[in-house]
Design a protein around this ligand. Structure first.
Ligand SMILES: Nc1ncnc2c1ncn2[C@@H]1O[C@H](COP(=O)(O)OP(=O)(O)O)[C@@H](O)[C@H]1O
Ligand SMILES: [Mg+2]
Length: 501
C-alpha cells in the first residue's frame, strides 16, 4: 500500500479534514456493508496493481437502485469500471462480465455463487465471463459459457490492454478431478440384524419416501439412517448441477470439488431454529431443507425439535419448494428431499422394549408422541420399529448384504421411475401428484379388496391413501413388476404407523 500521500483538497472549497485527506468515493444503489467496504478493497487493489486510483469524487451507481446488493462479488467490476472511466483501460463497451472479491494486494479471491451467476450471464448473452481463478472450475460447469480465470487485478489489466493473455478455462481440464469421491458414512453391512428396518431403508431410498424410525436407545436408528448415502442412487447431471448451485450460493462448495457428486445428507441438531431449517434472513439464504435438496434431511430425536420448527416443515415437504418473502421481492429455493426421522417411543426410551421397564407415566408417553402433530405425521410415508438388538444378532459374524449390492437394486428401481416420468419434473415415485397416482398406481384386480379393507380399517386420510399407493408403486418397482400386486400393497400397508392412528 502506498502511504504518506500528501493531503489534497478536492471538490468545493468547504473540504473538511476528511475531504482534504481522501477524495470522495460513494457507492449508491442499496449496497450492504460488504459492498460498501468494496471502496477500501478496490482503492487498495488498484494502487497495488500498478494503476492510479483517481483523486477526485467518484460515484458508483449499482442499478437498479431499489434492489439490495450483497456481498463482495462487485469488487472486480467496480475496479474495472473505475479504470475504464479514468482512461486506464479502453472504455469500449462490450459484453464481458466481471465477478470476484478483491484482496487489498490486488489478488482475486474465492467468491460465493459463481455457478448461478455464470449461468445467468450466459443466459443473458454475456461473454466472456471473468471469474476468480479458484472458482473457474465451478463456473465452467455451465455449458457453453466462456469462463476466463483471473488471478489478480494486475493480470486482468494486462490482459485487457493486450499485454498478456488469459486463456479460457476448459471444462476438459477438470474431467479427471471430478471423479466420484469415497462415500461417507457407514456401510449397510455394518448394521447387524434389523432386517425389517434395513428393508424399509432400501424401499425409502428407492422411491424417495419419508421414513420414521422408532425404537429404544442404542438399537441402531442413527446408524441405519447414516447408511443412506451409501445406498442412494448417483445423481443425474441435472440433479448434480441443481445441488451445486445451492451449495455455491451458500458458499459451501469445496474449491477442489466443483461439482457436487454425492446426494446431500443433512442432519441438523434439534436445537436448530426454524429459520435455519427452511431458510430466511434479511438477504435470504437457503435453509437445511434446501441444502438437503435431492438428498436426505435426517432429523434425529424428532420430538426434541421445537414445535415451530416441525410445523414449518409441513409446507416444504408438500410443495418441494420454499418461498421467502421480503420487501424487495420473493426468493424461491427448491427443496425436494427425503425426510428421515428417528425417535424414541417415550422420554425414557424403553416404552416398546419387551425386556426393559419403561418408567414414564402413560400420560407422559402420549404427550411425548403428540409433540409431533398429526399433519406432520400425515406427510410421512413409512413407519418402522427398530427393536432392541439381541446379543446373538450383535455377535453374528456372518456378513449381511453390503451397501453396493443394495444400491444396485435401488438404482434399478430408480431407472424404472426415470423412464416413467421422462419429460416431467417428477424425479421419484414420492413426488407423484394425484393425477400421476391415478395413472401409474392402479392396483391389480386381486389387490382391490385388500385396498378397500385397509382404507376402512386403518381409517386412512385421502393423503395417507395416496401415500400407500405411491409406496406400493416403489415396492413393485423394486420387484421389477409393472403391476402392483397384493404382495406389494401388503408390504406398503405394513409401514403404516401402529402407535398413532
Ligand atoms: N444393529 C446394529 N448393528 C451393529 N451395531 C449397532 C447396531 N445397533 C446399534 N449398534 C451400535 O450401537 C451404537 C449406537 O447406535 P445408534 O444408531 O446411535 O442407536 P440409536 O440411534 O437407536 O439410539 C452404534 O454406533 C453401533 O456401534
Ligand atoms: Mg440415535
Amino acid at each position: 500500500m502506498r502511504r504518506g500521500r500528501p493531503p489534497r483538497v478536492c471538490g468545493g472549497g468547504r473540504g473538511g479534514y476528511f475531504r482534504g485527506r481522501h477524495p470522495n468515493f460513494f457507492i449508491v444503489g442499496l449496497p450492504d456493508a460488504a459492498v460498501q467496504e468494496a471502496r477500501e478493497r478496490v482503492r487498495s487493489a488498484i494502487r497495488n496493481s500498478g494503476c492510479e486510483f483517481p483523486v477526485r469524487r467518484i460515484t458508483v451507481s449499482l442499478a437498479p437502485a431499489d434492489l439490495k446488493k450483497e456481498g463482495p462479488a462487485y469488487d472486480l467490476p467496480i475496479a474495472v469500471a473505475i479504470l475504464k472511466a479514468t482512461g486506464q483501460l479502453s472504455p469500449v463497451e462490450d459484453k464481458s462480465v466481471y465477478l470476484g472479491e478483491l484482496a487489498l494486494d490486488g489478488s482475486v479471491r474465492h467468491t460465493r455463487g459463481i455457478l448461478p451467476m455464470v449461468a445467468l450471464a450466459r443466459d443473458r448473452g454475456f461473454s466472456p465471463i471473468y471469474v476468480p481463478s479458484i472458482d473457474a472450475r465451478e463456473g465452467a460447469l455451465v455449458q457453453g459459457a466462456e469462463v476466463l480465470p483471473v488471478d489478480t487485478l494486475g493480470g486482468l489489466v494486462a490482459h485487457l490492454r493486450g499485454e498478456a493473455s488469459i486463456k479460457p478455462f476448459r471444462a476438459e481440464d477438470m474431467a479427471a478431478a471430478s471423479e466420484d469421491g469415497a462415500v461417507m458414512g457407514p456401510d449397510l453391512s455394518d448394521v447387524k440384524g434389523q432386517e425389517h428396518a434395513k428393508r424399509a431403508v432400501e424401499v425409502a431410498a428407492s422411491g424417495g419416501h419419508n421414513l420414521v424410525m422408532t425404537g429404544p436407545p442404542g438399537s441402531g436408528k442413527t446408524l441405519l439412517a447414516r447408511t443412506l448415502p451409501s445406498i442412494l442412487p448417483t445423481m443425474t447431471t441435472e440433479e448434480a448441477l441443481e445441488v451445486t448451485k445451492i451449495y455455491s450460493i451458500a458458499g459451501m462448495l469445496p474449491p477442489d470439488q466443483p461439482l457436487a457428486r454425492q446426494r446431500p445428507f443433512r442432519s441438523p441438531h434439534y436445537t436448530v431454529s426454524h429459520v435455519a431449517l427452511v431458510g430466511g434472513g434479511k438477504i435470504p439464504r437457503p435453509g437445511e431443507v434446501t441444502l438437503a435438496h435431492r438428498g436426505v434431511l435426517f432429523l434425529d430425536e424428532l420430538p426434541e425439535f421445537t414445535h415451530i420448527a416441525l410445523e414449518t416443515l409441513r409446507q416444504p415437504l408438500e410443495d418441494h419448494a420454499v418461498t421467502i418473502s421480503r420487501a424487495q421481492g420473493n426468493v424461491t429455493f427448491p427443496c425436494s428431499f427425503m425426510m428421515v426421522a428417528a425417535m424414541n417411543p417415550c422420554p425414557c426410551g424403553f416404552y416398546s422394549d419387551p425386556k426393559r421397564h419403561c418408567t414414564c407415566a402413560p400420560s407422559l408417553v402420549s404427550r411425548y408422541q403428540k409433540r409431533i402433530s398429526g399433519p406432520l405425521l400425515d406427510r410421512m410415508d413409512m413407519f418402522v420399529e427398530v427393536p432392541p438388538l439381541e446379543y446373538e444378532k450383535l455377535m453374528d459374524k456372518s456378513d449381511g448384504e453390503d451397501s453396493a449390492a443394495v444400491r444396485r437394486r435401488v438404482e434399478a428401481a430408480r431407472e424404472a421411475q426415470r423412464r416413467r416420468f421422462k419429460g416431467t419434473l417428477i424425479a421419484s415415485n414420492s413426488e407423484m401428484g394425484p393425477a400421476e397416482v391415478w395413472e401409474w398406481c392402479q392396483v391389480e384386480e386381486g389387490a382391490q379388496a385388500l385396498l378397500q379393507t385397509a382404507m376402512k380399517q386403518l381409517n386412512l386420510s385421502a393423503r395417507a391413501f395416496h401415500r400407500v399407493l405411491k409406496l406400493s408403486r416403489t415396492i413393485a418397482d423394486l420387484a421389477g413388476s409393472e403391476r402392483i400386486g397384493v404382495a406389494h400393497l401388503a408390504e406398503a400397508l405394513q409401514y403404516r404407523p401402529k402407535w398413532v392412528e
